[in-house]
Design a protein around this ligand. Structure first.
Ligand code: FAD
Ligand code: PHB
Length: 389
């Protein structure tokens, strides 16, 4: 097979890039190691920045999002028993939209199928070659047969555990990392959310988050030990622990029910620099990871794709490489802003026993400042709704 762009990975980054290239008349294939159903079954992010919603409009896949997405003009923080609302709309002039990553993925897959665009699912042993020259090649196996794709560019959209980043010589890449000593235990359940808006909770027993996917489906998280197992958390135990971390108002409104999904995610901040290696360009989790506290992972994948699609479109329209040359620098500037914000939110709201009473006092002072300073609230709001592209 010969295409202009070979996209590795069918997560939001790869699918969104595929759709934008398709609309620009650029020939691309998506190569994914898992099945479509497996990709759709992963429960992940749920909060979209305005810029990401705008991108979905540009990608002509925003119909269902417009109808079903929930506009949120604020978030609540429950810190040590005290509640504070951050008026996102009032402080930043923007809002966020609650719409699950699963739905974004489904909308993109449907558009791709309707357009008859090329996709290969369940590709085994995907490898990337020759991206330091002019003719990169992607190889994979499917149903026992070997396949090869020749292309102009490879887009590495294959997530944190993908094959693209590890294919770059170690000497060409610089990694920056912080691994946190805890994880998030998440539960999805068909019960009405405890509140109209998301509640981020800092409690002496640990962090909790009350989120949602719709008016009838809730997503809750609690901070847990890194080596904890979902088997240790039957539904009743989870609901009891969540309830303990809430205030009376939220507790009285908490509706419990059987979990549809339950998983533990580790928390990590990670950035690989640069994001371009000749004709291999990384986007999304393949290049960087943030802890989910700032709701930024999915949104960063979208902003990378914004820069990458524009650069490839410029290249194929005019032959100019200036936007491709600027790609890595442009992305990384916004990535580091999101890494900083996610790290800050994580530090403010989680339990860090190793930081002792000093650490807790600093958190309390930070929250006090947030409650009483419009400038501090504005800073949180403009980062949460997303810095401009
Ligand atoms: P991915 O969604 O990871 O997609 C990469 C794709 O590449 C996958 O489909 C994978 O199967 C495929 N792939 C991997 N290796 C290969 C290979 N060798 N060959 C071919 N294909 C390959 N963000 C939030 O904002 N809020 C959250 O609550 C949240 N929860 C998360 C929970 C978990 C468990 C994880 C892992 C992430 C979570 N995130 C969350 C982050 C967010 O989901 C990601 O930032 C987002 O999925 C990034 O999209 P992506 O397309 O870059 O990568
Ligand atoms: C979610 O709904 O899954 C979610 C929302 C906000 C976050 C993280 C996860 O910060």
């Amino acid at each position: 097979m010969r295409v202009q762009v070979a996209i590795i990975g069918s997560g939001p980054a790869g699918l969104l890039l595929g759709q934008l290239l398709h609309l620009a008349g650029i020939d691309a294939v998506i190569v994914e190691q898992r099945s479509k159903e497996y990709v759709l079954g992963r429960i992940r992010a749920g909060v979209l920045e305005q810029c990401m919603v705008d991108m979905m409009e540009r990608a002509q896949i925003a119909g269902r999002l417009r109808a079903e997405g929930l506009v949120h003009e604020g978030i609540e923080i429950l810190f040590g028993g005290e509640r504070h609302r951050i008026d996102l709309q009032g402080l930043s002039g923007k809002h966020v939209t609650v719409y699950g990553q699963t739905e974004v993925t489904r909308d993109l897959m449907d558009a791709r199928a309707a357009a008859g665009a090329k996709s290969v699912y369940e590709a085994d042993n995907v490898t990337v070659h020759g991206f330091d020259g002019k003719r990169p090649v992607v190889r994979y196996r499917k149903e026992g047969a070997a396949h090869e794709i020749e292309c102009d560019f490879i887009a590495g959209c294959d997530g944190f555990h993908g094959v693209c980043r590890p294919s770059v010589p170690q000497s060409a890449i610089t990694e920056h990392e912080r691994v946190y000593a805890f994880g998030w235990l998440g539960v999805l359940a068909d019960v009405p959310p405890v509140s109209e808006e998301l509640i981020y909770v800092s409690h002496e027993r640990g962090f909790a988050l009350c989120s949602m996917r719709s008016r009838t489906r809730s997503r809750y998280y609690i901070q847990c030990e890194l080596d904890d197992k979902v088997e240790n958390w039957p539904d009743q135990l989870f609901w009891a622990e969540l309830a303990r971390r809430l205030d009376d108002r939220a507790r009285s409104r908490l509706v419990t029910g059987p979990s549809l999904e339950k998983s533990i995610a580790p928390l990590r901040s990670y950035v690989a620099e640069p994001m371009r290696f000749g004709r291999l360009l990384l986007a999304g989790d393949a290049a960087h990871i943030v802890p989910p506290t700032g709701a930024k992972g999915l949104n960063l994948a979208a902003s990378d794709v914004h820069y990458l699609s524009n650069a490839l479109i410029e290249y194929y329209r005019s032959g100019k490489t200036s936007a491709l040359d600027a790609y890595s620098g442009q992305c990384l500037r916004r990535v580091w802003q999101a890494v900083r914000f996610s790290w800050w939110m994580t530090n403010l709201l989680h339990l860090f026993p190793e930081n002792g009473s000093f650490g807790r006092k600093i958190q309390c002072a930070e929250f006090d400042y947030l409650m009483n300073s419009r400038a501090a609230g504005t800073s949180l709001a403009e980062n949460y709704v997303g810095l401009p592209y």
